[in-house]
Design a protein around this ligand. Structure first.
Ligand code: ADP
Length: 248
């Protein structure tokens, strides 16, 4: 039975590749407005789970429900993006030869062509949204910079901003702080906490210092299933989690 404010609901989901079960009877419930950290050793199934949620991989069985009404297994990647699920991959993909602001304009324009988006007069509402996003991603002072001149961490923030421009209900973020400085990592935790005030976020992460700074419920995957779930302290003290991480 799904609770009223459940945004994402996975139940009994499995998928095999050439007979190998990458996801095995996986269940996960994410509430509207919740941020969750997904951890687990390499090969645990974290990427495959994200692929299933975003329609890149179709599960062999199980339920994948969004917003209490949409069966995500019946939709492709493009449709799922339009339903309000944004995904950020590990490597930042921004338009390097455009300014920070134009990157956001291009993302906001959605189906309009890139060319016409840049020459289209922004509505007051669009301009206000871009302004808000620039502050959220800590790049207000760099709006006229070419994206190519940003640091790696700032490019990650810009890409998060580009996803926000599409106003997703759920944001999937894959290892956002890999390669970031300590200061950028701490700022990213704050930034994601701010974002999670208005939407749900799933963060796949290896960096446990960062997960601690996120201060959210943690789900540890192993062999395609949930091994442990709860606070970081609870999960990291679970003997099975310790064994999986230490390879014992
Ligand atoms: P994680 O992201 O936690 O490191 P993955 O979801 O990438 O784990 O992978 C889970 C398991 O599924 C791994 O053993 C991986 O080798 C396997 N796997 C993932 N995608 C494929 C694929 N397309 N074909 C075959 N095996 C795959």
């Amino acid at each position: 039975m799904k609770a009223q404010d459940t945004l994402l609901y996975l139940d009994g989901v499995s998928v095999s590749f050439d007979g190998f079960r990458a996801i095995n009877n996986l269940s996960l419930v994410l509430q509207a407005g919740e941020m969750r950290a997904i951890i687990g050793p390499n090969g645990a199934g974290k990427t495959t789970m994200m692929d299933i949620i975003t329609g890149k991989t179709r599960p062999d069985c199980g339920e994948v429900n969004f917003n209490g009404e949409v069966d995500l297994t019946k939709h492709d990647e493009a449709e799922i993006a339009l339903l309000g699920i944004g995904r950020k991959f590990q490597k930042p993909t921004v338009f390097e030869s455009h300014t920070v602001e134009d990157n956001l304009v291009l993302a906001l324009s959605g189906p309009r062509s890139a060319f016409s988006a840049l020459f289209h007069r922004q509505s007051a509402n669009e301009a206000e949204r871009i302004e808000d996003i620039l502050y959220t991603i800590r790049l207000n002072g760099k709006r006229d910079w070419l994206a190519a001149n940003l640091s790696h961490g700032q490019k990650q923030w810009l890409e998060i901003g580009m996803l926000l421009a599409q106003d997703p209900k759920l944001l999937l973020v894959d290892e956002p702080v890999a390669g970031m400085t300590d200061a950028e990592t701490a700022e990213t935790a704050k930034l994601l906490r701010e974002i999670a005030k208005t939407r749900s976020v799933l963060v796949v992460e290896h960096d446990m210092h960062f997960v601690r700074e996120l201060d959210v419920k943690v789900t540890c995957l192993h062999e395609g299933s949930v091994l442990a779930e709860g606070s970081l302290d609870f999960v990291s003290n679970d003997q099975r989690v310790i064994e999986v991480y230490l390879g014992r």
